[in-house]
Design a protein around this ligand. Structure first.
Ligand SMILES: Cc1cc2nc3c(=O)[nH]c(=O)nc-3n(C[C@H](O)[C@H](O)[C@H](O)COP(=O)(O)OP(=O)(O)OC[C@H]3O[C@@H](n4cnc5c(N)ncnc54)[C@H](O)[C@@H]3O)c2cc1C
Length: 379
């Protein structure tokens, strides 16, 4: 067992950390307050080689893996998870094409994402179906050489700013198993019949764009089918197995960032004539926080390493996402508490970390969905 990162991995880690300190720290508050998407920062991240590193070199990526993606995500999230997500999720959904798309689809879409020319989105959740993915009802009906799509999607990251999206549609409504009725279709986000409405007022990750999207007789070529018709549900479950590593890495990064802030604050703030850090009660809490962050990091790196080495374990990835998400929420809460009243004011970053953390227990499979996957392995 080797716990040492390679020189290339350390280089990605350091590049991401320095990028976030320079580009995120001065503006994170502003993007959070104004709920605006960081288009310029995303383009700089593309130019720095931080976006889509797991995409093979022939399609414009670095040909790296999920470990490198996790390391970058962790360092960005350590400084600001909202801005980090806005950047890393610019390729979200394109993995469907990477794993299941045709050669023509890979050549058409993937290079646009790493070069900062296009943003992707994964449109799966619907107003009436999130956890129950097979319960989604957006319909794609064949008509000549095309599919005609009708329905609506909810909470779609990059919804109003994306150029393309992978859309989960029912194509085989009569298949006996409800998990064999869906297909993934790549859709140009600017087609007639598509209405994209930004959802404002999110509790956290406010620099990210989230939208409701409706499809009214949207016509796309059947050549836009990703993978096999009727296998969309299974393709999507495989996709989530991978992307959960990224969410876990967000949790590790946010938790580390909140811990960093707490450690700094308790050394500066004095009560009863001594620094807060001199109280063993707080030292013990910090020790527990550091231990949980380390555990979350270890399970996340293990999950990433296994995927990169062809040993995907869905339950392990679910554990990583669930544990890292819960750790981030717990650590951010403790860190805010140590800041007292100042922690509650948006002048101090720790309250943003506290708000940002909660989404980690909800999106890409709420933590209850992760526990279902873990429990399935036990039985
Ligand atoms: C900011 C944000 C960004 C998002 N980005 C995207 C995106 O880019 N693309 C996309 O497709 N979706 C996206 N989502 C949607 C997200 O993945 C869903 O919200 C999530 O999967 C939960 O689905 P739901 O909201 O419909 O909750 P529901 O499925 O209605 O569940 C409600 C609660 O009940 C629990 N629950 C449900 N069923 C069970 C059960 N059988 N046993 C025990 N507990 C259960 C759930 O875990 C949850 O806590 C995003 C959501 C948010 C808020």
């Amino acid at each position: 067992m080797d716990f040492e990162l390679s020189e290339e991995q350390k280089a990605f880690q350091s590049l991401a950390y320095k990028f976030a300190v320079k580009e995120f720290e001065p503006v994170a508050k502003e993007y959070d307050r104004e709920e605006k998407y960081p288009r310029e920062i995303w383009q700089k991240a593309c130019a720095s080689g931080l976006v889509g590193v797991a995409i093979p070199e022939e399609y414009g990526g670095a040909g790296a893996g999920w470990m490198e993606t996790a390391l970058i995500t962790e360092q960005l999230s350590r400084i600001d998870m909202g801005l980090g997500l806005a950047i890393m999720a610019a390729t979200f959904g394109s993995e469907n094409i990477l794993y299941y798309g045709t050669e023509a689809q890979k050549q058409k879409y993937l290079p646009l994402l790493t070069s900062g020319q296009a943003v992707f989105a994964g449109a799966y959740t619907e107003p009436n179906a999130g956890t129950d993915v097979a319960g989604t009802t957006t319909r794609a009906v064949k008509d000549g050489d095309d599919y005609v799509i009708n329905g609506s999607k909810m909470f779609i990251t990059n919804g109003t700013i994306c150029d393309y999206m992978a859309v989960l549609c029912v194509t085989n409504p009569d298949a006996p198993k409800r998990t064999e009725r869906h297909s993934l279709i790549v859709v140009d986000a600017n087609l007639p019949g598509i209405t994209r409405t930004k959802i404002t007022g999110k509790m956290g990750i406010r620099a990210t764009d989230t939208a409701e999207i409706t499809f009214e007789d949207v016509r796309v070529s059947q050549a836009n089918l990703i993978g096999q018709e009727g296998k969309g549900f299974y393709q999507l479950m495989h996709f989530f197995d991978m992307t959960r590593i990224m969410v876990a890495a967000q949790g590790v990064g946010l938790a580390q960032g909140a811990l960093d802030k707490a450690v700094k604050y308790v050394q500066e703030r004095k009560t009863f004539g001594i620094p807060l850090a001199a109280n063993q009660g707080l030292q013990f809490q910090l020790a527990e926080m550091a231990t949980r962050v380390e555990l979350a990091r270890n399970i996340t790196y293990k999950a990433a390493w296994k995927v990169d080495n062809g040993q995907l374990e869905p339950a392990l990835n679910a554990m990583a996402k669930y544990y890292a998400g819960e750790t981030a929420v717990w650590v951010a809460d403790k860190a805010l508490q140590m800041h007292g009243g100042y922690g509650y004011i948006d002048e101090y970053d720790v309250q943003r970390f506290y708000r940002d953390a909660k989404i980690l227990e909800i999106y890409e499979g709420a933590k209850e969905a992760e526990k279902m996957t873990i429990a399935r392995r036990l039985f």
